[in-house]
Design a protein around this ligand. Structure first.
Ligand code: ZN
Length: 344
């Protein structure tokens, strides 16, 4: 089969690799119907040292079960399934606490001999715990939104959920990427009535308005902070959802959060330390967030997607075939695409 391999910064190739086969009775093999490129795939795309061997990449996919190990129950060949961005048994004590990202028997796609998601097929370890059956056909119009359950939408939802967004809280979302827009949609779903979106790409913030944002702040850094304070009587908002991962963004988050408020971060941090010193201490600000246990949220979010109540898949604004996946990375890196869908 063919799969995407990253050989270093800017070097994405599609190569022929061995067909996936069952190795353990808890495995499944899934033929990929839709995959996509994540903002977090861009970090190695920008910085990975050159490697002859390269690494499999991609961690968001949905597809059809082609083969099943003898110990996998609840799934059948031919089922359409979505995979969260980490695999997990969904039974250990961490999984039972809704923290499948800390599963004792789980792991990451594309590591330690496990396939990446940007390919024609994937061997899925711990298939029973990992895969979620989707009650639609593989040509369903809902596929984009269902694929978003793999990572981007639950990540935005995790940000809003851990922040404790509710109808009584005002919210600032930092970042108009696909995760930031998913956080807007999530804050709206959790009842927030005032959602300020900080972002400066107009086509993206326009989608943010459709997802529920009430105010857009296009200014950056200090001017952006001033604008949010101006909009909130000088105090900032109760909750701040940081969806970027850069130091400037986390600094802005502490500057626009109201005293006693909560900053939640889901942007993979590209800074070594959180600037959370005496000033933040004196204002009683809480920091939360982290990697999203997508599997924990899929059961909750899936019905709304199936009923068309929410359309998180609107963050996809370009589709490429597997052979054009390198163009997809380039488009996301130069910001000409918001989020790229891959059809193997
Ligand atoms: Zn587990």
């Amino acid at each position: 089969m063919r799969a995407t391999i990253i050989h270093g910064a800017g070097d994405i190739r599609v190569e022929t690799v061995p067909d996936p086969q069952l190795r353990a009775p808890t495995d499944a093999v899934v033929r990929v119907v839709r995959a996509c490129i994540c903002g977090s795939d861009l970090w190695p795309y920008w910085s990975m040292p050159a490697s002859e061997q390269g690494e499999r990449i991609g961690h968001e996919f949905l597809g059809v079960v082609e083969d099943l190990g003898s110990e996998v129950s609840g799934l059948a060949k031919g089922d359409l399934v979505v995979a969260p961005f980490v695999w997990a048994d969904n039974t250990c004590e961490f999984c039972q606490e809704g923290l499948q990202t800390s599963c004792r028997h789980g792991g990451m796609w594309g590591r330690n001999g496990v396939d990446g998601g940007q390919g024609e097929a994937v061997r899925v370890p711990q298939a029973q715990g990992t895969l979620v059956k989707l009650p639609v056909a593989e040509d369903s119009a809902l596929l984009s939104s269902l694929l978003s359950l793999s990572d981007v939408f639950p990540t935005g939802y995790h940000c809003a959920h851990t922040a404790g967004v509710n109808p009584r809280t005002t919210v600032t979302v930092i970042g108009d990427g696909a995760v930031g827009l998913s956080a807007v949609l999530s804050a709206k779903r959790l009842g927030a009535e005032r959602i300020i979106l900080m972002g400066h790409h107009k086509d993206r913030t326009d989608l943010g308005l459709e997802f529920g944002a009430t105010d857009i702040v296009a200014e950056r850094s200090e001017q952006g902070v001033e604008k949010v304070r101006e909009l909130t009587g000088g105090d900032g908002t109760h909750r701040v959802l940081e969806c970027v991962g850069l130091r400037e963004a986390i600094e802005t988050a502490f500057d626009v959060v109201r005293d006693g408020g909560v900053v939640s971060r889901v942007g993979a941090p590209q800074y070594p330390e959180v600037p959370m010193g005496f000033g933040v201490f004196m204002r009683n600000v809480t920091l939360t967030g982290g990697v999203a246990p997508a599997r924990a949220y899929i059961d909750e979010l899936l019905p709304d997607v199936l009923e068309g109540e929410i359309q998180p898949g609107r963050v996809f604004d370009r589709t490429v075939g597997l052979d054009e996946v390198s163009d997809g990375y380039r488009a996301m890196a130069d910001r000409s695409a918001l989020k790229v869908l891959v059809r193997p």
